[in-house]
Design a protein around this ligand. Structure first.
Ligand code: HEM
Length: 446
């Protein structure tokens, strides 16, 4: 697109808007959307990006005209961690993998996981001492990691979870940095960051390959989890199975995509509740009415609507996936403008979810807003925490179920408060949106 046609914030001569973006991405994008409207031109060094702020245009990109786009640079960089798994692959390969994996994520299949989720949630709070201070962000990360590993791969984590946590942290920071930079230092040059990344990737590979190896050696009759399906899959045309590398890429994808996002959503939820005692009170009433002290099950979920709406509201205010990109692969018209191949279009959940046109008092926590017909009244892509179209999050129902069950399990027994003298809680957009420097909270028995 001719950059003169669309306006955007003025940048510096060489780096363009990159430094202002990096300094505070969320505020920068929100401000740009406010000032320049539906399509904003941005430049990161030589790269031209367009921030798209109109929900109908977002629908065109993700659904109606999705065939003209591929995933943006960020996810191509993520291939360094997850290879050619379902999150990063394109075209026919992606469609085949998606078709293969979809059954493991259907409603009637994931309900089998509810019990496991609650078991792990109960085991976690079983270790909490009344009145102690906990690093809640770490607790949530360990919990969702254990849940994804058990439900999808039928095993428990054997490696030290601190090492895994550190490796994922290094991987995400690396991907995030490379995705927004415009100088691509090749990965094989031994810079400090490349070396650290390589070590992290090796740790994760060790974990993943040991999970696959354990299952291949296992004499047990085959189970019906995702890993068994991947190992048993045969190509319709030539009847070949997946190579070790292909299985590794899919397992790594689910391992990474399937826990960090939900962990952050839970952390934000617990933080928001600690700041909103009225909502907390209402949640307790719902839990006590529906469960009368017994443990939560899948069948209770339709009755626990306030709890679920708390999760939706947390995903609105702090969407774990805070922005997604697409790159045009051929000329394509969006909102009256023609984009050229290679141009990047950016859509930000964080920006859209806080637009006052769609959400009254958008910065306030108000789960009740989801009780009426809100989602039918606003344009479809004003609220899109899980993306949309053929690449919509495959784990969306899994994530909402898991987050609701864990929230209920925690809130049934505990109330959480920020630790005394806690730093001010700010969102940090790395690959996902997380509370910067973690959350330290006091856990009190109710
Ligand atoms: C609250 C939690 C979650 C959020 C906010 C979230 C968000 C998203 C979003 C926005 C996308 C689309 C990315 C794009 O279009 O560029 C996506 C894709 C994906 N998510 Fe999630 N996700 C969550 C949980 C999960 C879970 C629990 C799993 C697996 C168990 C998962 C697995 C995936 C996979 C495999 C894809 C790629 C799908 C494809 O390209 O076909 N996610 N997620």
């Amino acid at each position: 697109m001719n950059e003169l046609e669309v306006l955007g914030p003025k940048g510096l001569p060489i780096t363009g808007n990159l430094l202002s973006f990096r300094k505070n991405p969320l505020e920068f994008l929100q401000q740009a959307a406010r000032e320049y409207g539906d399509i904003v031109h941005l430049r990161f060094g030589p790269r031209h990006l367009y921030l798209i702020n109109n929900p109908d245009y977002i629908k065109d990109i993700l659904v109606t005209k999705q065939a003209h786009f591929q995933k943006g640079k960020g996810l191509q960089v993520a291939k360094a961690v997850v290879g050619e798994g379902i999150l990063t692959s394109e075209g026919k390969h992606h469609m085949r993998q998606r078709r293969l994996m979809q059954p493991s994520f259907r409603q009637n299949h994931i309900k089998l996981y509810a019990d496991t989720m609650v078991n792990y949630g109960e085991a976690m709070i079983g270790q909490w001492q009344n009145g102690e201070e906990r690093m809640i962000t770490k607790d949530m990360m360990e919990l969702t990691l254990a849940i994804i590993t058990k439900t999808m791969f039928g095993t428990d984590i054997k490696e030290n979870t601190d090492d895994i946590g550190h490796a994922i942290e290094v991987g995400l920071k690396y991907v995030s940095r490379r995705a927004s930079s415009f100088i691509d230092i090749p990965q094989n040059i031994p810079t400090r960051s490349n070396r650290e990344f390589k070590e992290a990737a090796q740790t994760l590979d060790r974990v993943i390959y040991s999970i696959i190896e354990e299952r291949r050696k296992s004499k047990e009759p085959s189970r019906d989890d995702l890993l068994s399906m991947l190992l048993a899959a045969r190509d319709e045309e030539d009847n070949t199975g997946m190579t070790d590398k292909q299985v590794r890429d899919e397992v790594m994808t689910i391992f990474v995509a399937g826990h960090e996002t939900t962990a952050n959503t839970l952390s934000w939820t617990l933080y928001l509740l600690s700041q909103n005692p009225k909502a907390e009170e209402k949640l307790w009433k719902e839990i006590d009415r529906v469960l009368s002290g017994r443990r939560v099950t899948f069948e209770d979920l339709p009755e626990l609507k306030y709890a679920e709406n708390i999760i939706w509201e947390a995903l609105r205010l702090y969407p774990a996936a805070w922005a997604i990109n697409r790159e045009a692969i051929d000329e394509v018209e969006i909102g009256g403008y023609t984009f050229k191949p290679g141009e990047t279009l950016m859509m930000s959940q964080y920006v859209m979810h806080r637009r006052p046109e769609y959400f009254e008092r958008p910065d306030e926590f108000h789960p009740e807003r989801f009780e009426g017909n809100l989602l039918k009244e606003i344009p479809q892509f004003a609220f899109f925490p899980f993306g949309g179209g053929p690449r919509i999050c495959i784990g969306n129902h899994f994530a909402i179920m898991e987050a609701t069950l864990i929230l209920v399990t925690i809130a049934q027994k505990f109330r959480l408060r920020l630790a005394v003298g806690h730093h001010s809680v700010e969102p940090e957009p790395v690959v996902t949106l997380r509370p910067k420097n973690g959350l330290r909270m006091i856990v009190e028995e109710r």
